[in-house]
Design a protein around this ligand. Structure first.
Ligand code: PGA
Length: 253
């Protein structure tokens, strides 16, 4: 079985002080948890302070985004090397909020995934259908396209994680049922197998969208769900730690 991962996407929340406090509580509360990876993704301004707290522990750092150039006249952007310099091992790429509010396309997502890998950052590539697309019955078409385009011309898949996050489930309290999620995860696995053959076996596929301490057990029990990308419920240490221990219990035998 692939090692599980639980990643907390803090989005645009927490001051530096609050982020440090939350990171410390997560580090201390998960010291005994084994068999997987715990990741936190604070805002850029808090990255290096949070790294100071978690360095050397089992908690890893992720950026919520990067740009696909190394440096230069790109006001407001952060280069992959800069995120790495701040202590990041991972980077979330193509989150639906970035696609929706900041006009990210599959092409820019692909450029970012490539640049992240080149720089030695591990991408967490987000895909997922909108409510309308689900109703129209084109979920697999949409998700398949996002995967193929997002991973276009990428041969070495080491370190890549996919996060399936149905847009209608993000921040809505309306999570996909374990069966609904499993169905898409199994589709994603078959697409990855087609693209990469046996190499695809190491790629994790996380579920995201209204994950809570209450629903994680049933989700993580599904065959092809290797962990979770958590938004709202990652902002409080107790709930996030419960999600981590709930995942570890189901994915580690
Ligand atoms: P949510 O967000 O857990 O608050 O639904 C998930 C995400 O956006 O990654």
């Amino acid at each position: 079985m692939r090692p599980w991962m639980v990643a907390g996407n803090w989005k645009m929340n927490k001051t530096i002080g609050e982020a440090v406090e939350l990171a410390r509580a997560i580090k201390e509360g998960t010291a005994e948890v084994k068999g997987g990876e715990i990741v936190v993704a604070p805002v850029f301004t808090a990255l290096s302070s949070v790294y100071g707290v978690i360095k050397g522990s089992q908690v890893r750092l992720a950026a919520q985004n990067i740009y696909f150039e190394e440096k230069g006249a790109f006001t407001g952007e952060v280069a992959p090397g800069m995120a790495k310099d701040a202590g990041c091992e991972y980077v979330i790429i193509g989150h639906s909020e970035r696609r929706k509010y900041f006009h990210e396309t599959d092409a820019s997502v692909n450029a970012k995934v490539k640049k992240a890998l080149e720089t030695g950052l591990k991408p967490i590539l987000c895909v997922g259908e909108t409510e309308e697309e689900r109703e129209q019955g084109v979920t697999e078409f949409v998700v398949g396209l996002q995967i193929r385009r997002g991973l276009h011309a990428i041969e070495n898949v080491d370190g890549i994680t996919i996060a399936y996050e149905p847009v209608w489930a993000i921040g809505t309290g309306k999570n996909a049922t374990p069966d609904q999620a499993q169905e898409v995860h199994s589709f994603i696995r078959s697409e990855l197998d087609k693209l990469y053959g046996p190499k695809a076996g190491s790629l994790r596929v996380l579920y995201g969208g209204s994950v809570t301490a209450d629903n994680i057990g049933d989700l993580a029990a599904m065959n092809d769900i290797d962990g979770a990308l958590v938004g709202g419920a990652s902002l409080k240490s107790e709930t996030f730690i419960s999600i981590i221990t709930g995942t570890a219990k189901k994915r580690w035998s």
